[in-house]
Write a protein of this length. Structure first.
Length: 130
């Protein structure tokens, strides 16, 4: 799916490393939160998977590489936006009717990695008031 991971082997870590020199993947499991400390806003946080990877090609080249790969998995690209740093997003309707998103963001400077972030709402009541 991602450049540099043709073997399917992604080094998973428990938290984002202090040094962003190496590629990695991490996940954030949903947790109970209220954001503002008010009981009726309490609910589950979203599901997050984040992957950092190196890409030495062009920004359009990366987005062109990822779009058909994601399309085969049911993801639809969002309209391109002018962002700084450059980024692209895709979305997908999940089996339970909710929407998940993928965002790929360019590094703000070398040698920082690109970030591929997948988010999805929790299965239970989502936190609100944030």
């Amino acid at each position: 799916m991602l450049p540099g991971y043709s073997s399917g082997s992604i080094p998973w870590v428990r938290s984002i490393p202090a040094s962003l020199e190496a590629s990695f993947a991490t996940e954030i499991e949903p947790f109970i939160d209220s954001c503002d400390g008010i009981a009726n806003t309490r609910g589950w946080s979203q599901v997050v998977v984040e992957v950092a990877f190196k890409w030495h090609g062009s920004v359009p080249g990366l987005f062109a590489l990822l779009t058909p790969r994601l399309a085969r998995l049911g993801w639809t690209p969002d309209p391109p936006q002018e962002w700084n740093p450059p980024q692209q997003a895709w979305h997908k309707e999940l089996a339970n009717g909710t929407m998940a998103s993928v965002q790929v963001m360019a590094p703000e400077g070398p040698p920082y990695p690109w970030f591929f972030t997948v988010t999805a709402p929790p299965v239970g009541k989502a936190v609100d008031g944030c």
